[in-house]
Design a protein around this ligand. Structure first.
Ligand code: NAD
Ligand code: GLY
Length: 368
C-alpha cells in the first residue's frame, strides 16, 4: 500500500497486490479529473448502474468515455435485486451486445451495484476487467476496495461470489452531496470501524472532526475516506482472501448480521446494525480488559454523534442473538470466534473470551 498526497481535497492510494495492484483516486471532481478511459484497455465498456444513480451520474460518466463504445444496463434499486437473476441480466446484456474478452465493466453506484458488477466481471468469459465508481460513503470506504464480489442466495447473503480485484477505484466525493443523510451515517459506522480496529490516531481525529464532516468540508471528507481506504488496503494487501487477519474488518458484524437476519434484511441499514454490533464487541472487549471504561464511553459517544444505534432493536431477545450468531462464517468446529479489541486501535479475531461475559453483554445490550 502506498500513498501520494496531491492537494488537501484529493488523494491517491495504491492497493499493493503484485500483478493485481490498483490505484484508488479520492476527492472532489475526480470523475472528470482522473481520465477513467485510460483504465479501459479495449474499445468497449458496459456501465452497470441502477435507476436512482443513473438519473444523477450516468451521463457524467458516459461523457468521460467519449472515445469508447459505451453500453449501459440500469438495474432496479435495492439489496433484493442483488441476486442471480440480475447477474444473469448483466451477462445477457454483454452477450447480446457482443462484448468480448477485452470489454471493461464499470460499476456506478453503491455496494449493491459494485458487488454484482464485480462478480459479473469475474464470471464473464472467465474474467474481464472492471472499474469501481462508488457513490455511497459505505462503498467508497469499504465495498469498492479489496475485491470481495458477490450476489445473495435466498438461503444466505453474499453466498455466491469471488475475490476479484478492480483495475481502479474512482471515488468522487461530490457524489455524496445527493446521498440521503441516513445512508451517509451508515457509512460513517464503517469509517469509525477503521479507527477502532487499526488506527487510534484516526479515532481521535474523528472525534475532533465530526462537525467538519457533517458540514461537508471537502478536505475533511477526503481525509476520512483516504485514511479508511489506507487502513483497508493495508489489511487486504496482507490477507487478500481472508485466511486470517482480514477478518478484523468484520468488527461488530457478527452481532450486526444477527440483527440484519432477525429483521429479514428489511429493517436497519447494514451500517446501523454494525454500529450496534461494534458497541457490543467493545463492551465485551471492556470486560476482557482490552478497553478501559472511558474508552468504551468514547466509542459509544462517537457512534451516537452520527445518530447511529448503540443498542439492538428492542423487539430482539438474547435468545435471538444466540440462535443467529452461531450461523456466522466465523464459527469453526462449533466455536464462535469474535473480533475483539486488545486496545483502542488494535483488533484480533479470537475465541479466547468468557462465554459468561458474552452472555452478559448480550443481555445488557438492550439498555445501552
Ligand atoms: P446500496 O448500494 O443499496 O446504496 C444505498 C442507496 O443509496 C441505494 O438506494 C442507492 O441507489 C442509493 N445511492 C447510491 N449512491 C447514491 C448517491 N450518490 N446519491 C443518492 N443515492 C445514492 O448500499 P451500500 O450501503 O452502498 O452497500 C451495501 C451493499 O454493499 C450490501 O449489499 C453489502 O453486502 C455490500 N458490501 C460489500 C462489501 C465488500 O467488501 N464487497 C463490504 C461492505 C458491504
Ligand atoms: N468488508 C469486509 C472485507 O472486505 O473483508
Amino acid at each position: 500500500m502506498s500513498e501520494q498526497n496531491n492537494s488537501p481535497s484529493t488523494a491517491q492510494i495504491n492497493v499493493e497486490l503484485e500483478d493485481r495492484s490498483y490505484p484508488i483516486f479520492i476527492g472532489s471532481g475526480q470523475l472528470a479529473a482522473v481520465g477513467i478511459s485510460r483504465f479501459v484497455q479495449g474499445k468497449k465498456v458496459l456501465i452497470v448502474t441502477n435507476t436512482t444513480v443513473a438519473k444523477l451520474y450516468l451521463s457524467a460518466l458516459e461523457s468521460e468515455l467519449g472515445d469508447k463504445q459505451v453500453d449501459s444496463i440500469i438495474l432496479q434499486d435495492g439489496e433484493q435485486f442483488k441476486n442471480l437473476d440480475t447477474l444473469n441480466s448483466i451477462l445477457t446484456k454483454l452477450l447480446d451486445s457482443q462484448h468480448d474478452r477485452k470489454t471493461t465493466l464499470i460499476a456506478l453506484g453503491g455496494g449493491v451495484v459494485g458487488d454484482i458488477t464485480g462478480f459479473a466481471a469475474a464470471c464473464y468469459q472467465r474474467g474481464v476487467p472492471f472499474i469501481q465508481v462508488p457513490t455511497t460513503l459505505l462503498s467508497q470506504v469499504d465495498s469498492s476496495v479489496g475485491g470481495k464480489t458477490a450476489v445473495n442466495h435466498p438461503l444466505g447473503k453474499n453466498m455466491i461470489g469471488a475475490f476479484y480485484q478492480p483495475q481502479a477505484v474512482v471515488i468522487d466525493t461530490d457524489s455524496l452531496a445527493t446521498l440521503p443523510e441516513r445512508e451517509f451515517s451508515a457509512g460513517m459506522a464503517e469509517v469509525i470501524k477503521y479507527g477502532l480496529i487499526a488506527d487510534a490516531e484516526f479515532f481521535d481525529w474523528l472525534e475532533q472532526n465530526s462537525s467538519a464532516l457533517k458540514q461537508g468540508d471537502q478536505a475533511a471528507l477526503t481525509y476520512a475516506i483516504e485514511r479508511s481506504c489506507l487502513n483497508k488496503a493495508k489489511v487486504v494487501s496482507a490477507d487478500e482472501t481472508e485466511q486470517g487477519i482480514r477478518a478484523i474488518l468484520n468488527l461488530g458484524h457478527t452481532f450486526g448480521h444477527a440483527i440484519e437476519t432477525f429483521q429479514n434484511y428489511s429493517g436497519w441499514l447494514h451500517g446501523e446494525a454494525v454500529a450496534a454490533g461494534m458497541v457490543m464487541a467493545s463492551k465485551l472487549s471492556l470486560m476482557m480488559g482490552g478497553l478501559s471504561q472511558s474508552e468504551f464511553d468514547r466509542v459509544k459517544n462517537l457512534i451516537k454523534i452520527w445518530s447511529l444505534p448503540v443498542a439492538p432493536p428492542s423487539d430482539m431477545t438474547a435468545e435471538d442473538f444466540n440462535k443467529l450468531m452461531y450461523r456466522d462464517k466465523k464459527v469453526l468446529d462449533g466455536e464462535l470466534r469474535l473480533v475483539l479489541l486488545r486496545a483502542l486501535g488494535d483488533a484480533e479475531v479470537t475465541s479466547d473470551y468468557s462465554v459468561e461475559s458474552l452472555q452478559t453483554v448480550i443481555s445488557s445490550s438492550f439498555s445501552e
